[in-house]
Design a protein around this ligand. Sequence first.
Ligand code: HEC
Length: 262
Amino acid sequence: MKRYLSHPFWQAAIVLALAYVVIRWGVAYLPGLIGIQSAPVPASVVLQYTLIALVGVLVWVSDNEARWKEFKEPIHAVLVQPEKKLARMGLLVLIPAAVGFVTFNNVRPTIAAPASLRSIHPAPPTQITFQGAPMILEGLENPMREPGHEEAAFERGKEVYYQNCMPCHGDYLNAGGHYAHGFNPTPLALRGNGTIAQLTESFVFWRIAKGGPGLPREGGPWNSAMPAWENFLSADDIWAVTLFLYDQAGISPRTWEEEGVE
Ligand code: HEC
């Protein structure tokens, strides 16, 4: 035993194994013993840190010529010495078998439930509370569409959009904002036929007012980063930015008559 402990090859192997155990299980479970909450370490992080430990170990064994030579001895012996033939054959079978097993484990179909799908346009409630007051969404039209109001509303909406929405939904309304790639679910494009063109303006008002926190369950399973704008904007501002979105994207909202036909 002592012979092994003082040999650089086995020292390196032990340090590496210990490092793996600490990274894989220690980080996740040791803090729990003293009551600190922690979480399992993702496999990619375990791999990364284990590789870093390996590099450290290799630097240490190769840093000194004598130690490096001693370190390589057992490897060299297993590879060439006639009396190590059995060990050589064993490794020749074991290593491919281990690789095969890991691969099999990764591709093996499992019976875990599939990740639930996210409903992008969940059914809106018929009534909401907007800034403390009840508001019936069904049949509601955008008050900014009153003749004579539209132009001023467009200008106001533009301001609201560029002050608040652009970093996520983008300059071109195509969800290409600077921060967009950082979110899951990603911000939605507000341009094109497949997006808000399918929605009534009251649906869009609801989404802007209540944001991610106001989504019903089927809007999960992830947390949407869309802020609840009723905390920052007035109803008029939200109607104005809604009008701006449609006009800027060159699409028109779904109307309540169409909704009724369904
Ligand atoms: C922090 C980033 C962020 C900001 C800022 C932001 N949004 Fe969003 N928005 C999102 C994300 C993410 C989604 C998609 C997930 C979801 O449905 O909640 C979304 C969804 C939406 C939707 C739903 C579209 C659809 O097809 O259902 C509308 C409308 C919308 N945003 C409008 C706005 C408006 C208007 C503003 C500015 C007042 C704004 N957003 C600001 C992140 C953001």
